[in-house]
Design a binder for this molecule. Sequence first.
Ligand code: ADP
Ligand code: MG
Length: 379
Amino acid sequence: MDLEEVTRLFSERFREPPAIVIRAPGRVNLIGEHTDYNDGFVLPLAIDRAVWLALRPRTDRTTHVWSSEFTETVQFPLDRLEHGGPSWSEYLKGTAWALAAAGHRLSGWDGVIGSDVPIGAGLSSSAALELATARAFAATSQIPWDPSAMARLAQRAENEWVGVKCGIMDQLISAIGREGHAVLIDCRTLDTTAVPLPEHVDVVILDTATRRGLVDSAYNERRRQCDSAAAFFGVAALRDVTPSMFEARAGGLDETTARRARHVVTENARTLAAAEAMRRGDAPALGSLMNESHRSLHADFEVSSAALDTMVEIAQAQRGCHGARMTGAGFGGCAVALVDQGAVPVFVGRVAVEYERRTGLVPRLYATGATAGAARIGT
Ligand code: ADP
Ligand code: MG
């Protein structure tokens, strides 16, 4: 999907070119997993796959949107937003609701959505759709574009309207992504720092073609274990436990809780070290931190899966691969690898063949650079 394609989709339906085109990217997290709800650090980047939204303002207060993914139209009045209709429309209505609840007066538009962010693959097509919607309303309703504030409203839409309990990472990186950079996010203060990707490397997303099951109960159990570990250390969140504090006192925890806490404590340290390695342009150091992250998620936090372990092992063994790890909540979904640009075509071919040979599953692999956050494109 790109500017031309979404413009063409719009023109086909409305017999004129769009007045406004919006792009909002999906994302992948390089390192910093299961740290967000422990007030810790994450290091995501906006990928080169995005939700595109082409539109023209309307003079009334309704919005009409066609999705090329779902090949259907939804329309909703901005004065009476209600649940119901196709489930994908909830992301748009929820975003409108959150903007209105923040005191913005919205005007309507006719739009067409085109996207190449795979749905439900863990690359956050939902956050991309929310940010595209928010950016569209900002453009038609003269709302000043404050990316961080808009990310918080989009998160509120997903939490309270759609009913999905997600943290702020997905919306924030889709809003504030920067070309060629990952963004270190402090999940306690929401401070963000862009750090450059090392030169001549690509990020390769490795979709295992497995999806997480039973994730909610396992996720809630991990959260409880983290909370009880924080209580044991007498701190607000595991973010406040340093590696040396952990070593000194972890003996007082039961064995499982100690391993859960060790993952979070060491993962926060690795994420900060990864940002440092990036500032030095040190791809090998960044890659080994990713490898360590995977080991910790597998052995201490126990949220990997056979498919993820196989994918990561195959990726790590390839020439030109600096490191690889599972990414996202776990139990399925995607891994992420850091690969020398020149080695990417061979890497992708070999990983695909070897993964299919060992699992019988057909993976999807996407090489990506880091792109800019949600924005108006062109006119
Ligand atoms: P993801 O990991 O991709 O964010 P989610 O389940 O959180 O998975 O969100 C996917 C949902 O977002 C889809 O089921 C759909 O409702 C909505 N969505 C994503 N992309 C589009 C699109 N191009 N058009 C319409 N709705 C979309
Ligand atoms: Mg989502």
